[in-house]
Ligand binder design. Sequence first.
Ligand SMILES: Nc1ncnc2c1ncn2[C@@H]1O[C@H](COP(=O)(O)OP(=O)(O)OP(=O)(O)O)[C@@H](O)[C@H]1O
Ligand SMILES: [Mg+2]
Length: 390
Amino acid sequence: MTEKLRLYIVDKEENSRNIIKNYLSETFDNYENEFILEETQSIENLAKDGLELENTILLIDISEDTEKNLEIIKRIKKETKKIFIITLSNKASTEMIIKSLRSGAKEFVSKPIIKTEFQDAIKNVLNEIKNNETESACKIISTFSNKGGIGKTSIAVNLAVELAQMSKEKVALIDLNLQLGDVSTFLDMMPSFAMDYIAKNIENLTEDELLKTLSRYKNTSLYVIADPLNIDKSQEITADEIKNILTTLKKTFSYIVIDIGTNIDSKTITALDMSDLILLIAIVNLPAIRSTQRCMELFNKLGYSKDKIKLVLNRYMENEEIKTTDIEEVVKQKVYWKIPNNYLTMMTAINKGVPVNAVNAEANISINYKEFASKIADYLITQNINKNYN
Ligand SMILES: Nc1ncnc2c1ncn2[C@@H]1O[C@H](COP(=O)(O)OP(=O)(O)OP(=O)(O)O)[C@@H](O)[C@H]1O
Ligand SMILES: [Mg+2]
């Protein structure tokens, strides 16, 4: 850690502040040396003093004046780049936890404070800070739609192939359709180790071993993690394991492309949360557009920014009956990209188990995928520059 972290305790009750300090001393050998410790009775004191809150872990009791406190948290979070907030409350309802996390807190601890719960929260935040600092430029791109057969896998596969070819950097392609995914079929691969094995072993593998364990696509820099062969094994994979896999892969890969599938559960939400870009796939027909609208509503609820979501129209044909502007109006999101309808090339590619550019590099769909990959790569680079320099 480059700079010493400030640890700010905001709690009206002295007794409660003392308990926190007590637990801190039981968690760290010498916490007063590790952090700059400060405490105050109300968050308004912080705001009033105009205190510099960069590089701070803020522990704040929101049992009283919850709404007001959450508003202040939101504002502080917006104004401060490196602040990690843990909220505490004696009203530990699911609604309260969700509200608090949505306002920008990283963790929630119920009161009266249980030592292990408090320690877990602090450790999670410290891990997050460590990961932030060692964060590579790796970007996670997901394909998603809550409708089947819309082209999620085709897009994930062809995009990953193009990104690897274009950048020559390491790209991981993950099949999160944990039951009967078809990424490996689309690339005619027979991975020796699938998601279940990686989930259980990733922590014990060195980077070299990891790359040997993953299935490399031909001689390219694309590596594939397929769905488990055995459906029972799929159920054993947890959301925490998905998080762990992605966090670890980020250290080695430049891009991670995830075929998320149609399921919405804790595993897919973890992957969506961690994605830098979600390609929300739609085709131009009414039921698909309605589902896309519902997906957008879900993403809004999850607090995703509009920038994180890119609406992609697949199997697009000129002179569609429904106009692009109509779709944009319904979905409340601009169309980011259109992939042409080319059934013949696409079907040949799938049947041969190759990307479309291997069937015919001159086909409109192959050229389109190349341009799409390059647009995404440019966008992510620009986003990184803005993040670092603004
Ligand atoms: N641009 C395209 N032009 C024509 N056909 C396409 C195009 N993209 C995908 N398809 C076809 O649509 C079908 C479904 O594609 P794909 O399997 O990628 O969708 P999916 O959303 O992943 O489906 P599932 O929900 O079953 O996982 C395939 O048969 C594929 O050939
Ligand atoms: Mg699919």
